[in-house]
Design a protein around this ligand. Structure first.
Ligand SMILES: Cc1cc2nc3c(=O)[nH]c(=O)nc-3n(C[C@H](O)[C@H](O)[C@H](O)COP(=O)(O)OP(=O)(O)OC[C@H]3O[C@@H](n4cnc5c(N)ncnc54)[C@H](O)[C@@H]3O)c2cc1C
Length: 463
């Protein structure tokens, strides 16, 4: 029997961050971490390893991240967990017991139950084996690749295959790419960029089945669209349609869960004593409307794990709720977003006001100046910012982070329109204009027009 103060199940960003933070705050804590993979991985970089931009081994993280600080790392899978006793059994029959259990088992790619989806040349992307299979397929003479799901991982993969000279289809049932991240009016430039680089973008298209020859797909069939013929010996399909939490191990033990994962409070405590959880295995609660929201992102897993470690070390801390700042890119176009899109906000019952700001990324006379477009979404009730989208030829993450902070601090359009921003010829538009400020001003103008149109009384004084 292996006994320790803390048993961590999972060695991804949540498990590693938790272990490192806890050891820093309470070095005397004994920690065992169970994780089956030979290497923990930088998943975000996998599409670029597939594209061939660097040696794929560079996505492997060093075990020393945890072993150097005294964590007992065991490369095995937990096959049984007794949450009441805080005990686990691994695939070699070894038993582990601890005062506290930290669940960080993450999530796995969804493989939709479409007829034929179990074929040998239909893949998903997450593990080392997935990465190696996809690289081998891309290098093994494939002439055609079909990516199903045009979210961030789907777009990044489609680019990877196209850049390797493979005829590539990117398919989504939504009418636009990044449907959870960008509204229609912000996605059009992304469509043009993808099509301009030769990717066959099929939107509002639903795969109905995969027709097989032997156990390999020979044709991808659609409702109401022409099939795509594949060479079953070489060509391949990859799903990137979302992730489902890996929590089967903990079923029927009184642990509160929902479809998105384990339910934790703002201190990462589950409903069971001595059991904390963080990362992709958890269900998230939106900071904006305090209702469940998706968001399987490393940028959520890491802060959650830090909070959990601080709480366990006796330093009270709370996570304010999730806003889901995220980014991706398609060739030289960068896309980022945070909070709710206009569409999602309306679906969740908000009456919204929106605005846009558009400038060049640099002073317009500077070499390489490109476009920058910002969309802002605010709650029409109090003009609090609830979402923002950025499409640019330069990095979007700095702007997305400003917008996330605005949401986190419940800033109004008027508040953010007073943003103190910086400007320099190589790094921004002229000092006269900031796309974020202009998006807020535009939204305020739009709001004023809406008010006049419905003949409301005097405009409120916003704070
Ligand atoms: C291709 C790709 C690109 C991505 N790009 C981005 C990006 O650009 N930005 C971003 O923020 N996020 C990105 N993500 C998402 C990000 O990788 C995840 O949100 C993050 O890895 C979640 O961390 P986690 O520790 O919760 O779970 P995981 O990283 O999934 O780790 C879970 C760990 O638990 C282990 N485990 C599971 N079951 C057991 C068991 N029974 N016994 C023992 N161990 C177990 C797993 O093997 C693994 O080690 C991407 C993901 C993928 C797949």
């Amino acid at each position: 029997m292996n006994k320790s103060d803390v048993l961590i199940i999972g060695g991804g960003p949540a498990g590693i961050t938790f272990a490192r933070k806890l050891k820093k705050l309470k070095p005397e804590t004994t920690i065992t971490m169970l994780r089956p993979e030979a290497h923990s991985m930088v998943y975000c970089a996998i599409p670029y390893a597939i594209e061939g931009l660097f040696d794929p081994a560079k996505v492997f993280k060093k075990d020393e991240l945890v072993t150097d600080i005294g964590v007992d790392l065991v490369r095995r899978t937990v096959v049984e967990a007794d949450l009441k006793a805080k005990r686990a059994v691994d695939d070699q029959g070894e038993t582990y017991e601890a005062e506290t259990l930290f669940i960080a088992t993450g999530a796995s790619p969804i493989r939709p139950p479409i007829p034929g989806a179990d074929a040998e040349n239909v893949h998903t992307v997450k593990t080392q084996q997935d990465m190696e299979t996809l690289i081998a397929s891309a290098q093994g003479g494939a002439k055609r690749a079909v990516v199903v799901g045009a979210g961030a991982i789907g777009i990044e993969q489609a680019q990877a295959y196209r850049e390797r000279g493979i005829e590539t289809w990117l398919i989504d049932m939504a009418p636009r790419v990044l449907p959870a991240v960008l509204d229609e009016d912000m996605a059009e430039g992304v469509h043009q960029t993808l099509r301009g680089h030769g990717i066959n973008l099929m939107l509002s298209a639903q795969v109905s089945s995969f027709e097989k020859e032997g156990n390999r797909v020979a044709r991808v069939l659609f409702e109401g669209a022409e099939p795509i013929a594949l060479d079953p010996a070489r060509d391949f399909v990859c799903f990137s349609v979302g992730m489902k939490p890996d929590i089967k191990l903990f079923e029927n033990q009184g642990l509160e869960t929902n479809r998105d994962g384990i339910i934790v409070d703002s201190r990462m405590r589950t409903n069971l004593p001595g059991i904390l959880a963080a990362g992709d295995c958890c269900s998230y609660t939106s900071l904006i409307d305090e209702k469940p929201i998706g968001g399987k992102l490393a940028t959520n897993a890491v802060p959650m794990a830090k909070i959990a470690a601080r709480v366990l070390a006796g330093k009270d801390d709370e996570y304010p709720g999730f806003v889901n700042g995220a980014a991706t890119c398609a060739y030289d176009l960068r896309m980022g977003a945070t909070g709710f899109t206009e569409e999602l906000a309306r679906q969740r019952g908000f009456d919204v006001v929106v605005g846009w700001g558009e400038t060049t990324t640099l002073f317009p006379m500077m070499p390489g100046a490109g476009n920058l477009k910002v969309k802002i979404v605010a709650d029409a009730k109090d003009l609090r910012i609830i979402g923002g989208q950025v499409v640019s030829t330069l990095s979007t993450t700095d702007k997305v982070d400003v917008l996330s902070l605005a949401i986190q601090h419940r800033t109004t359009l008027k508040g953010l329109s007073k943003l103190s921003y910086s400007s320099q010829p190589w790094q921004s538009f002229f000092p006269a204009r900031s796309a974020i400020v202009e998006a807020c001003e535009n939204a305020l103008d739009n709001f004023a027009k809406q008010q006049e149109a419905v003949d409301y009384p005097a405009m409120p004084q916003w704070v």
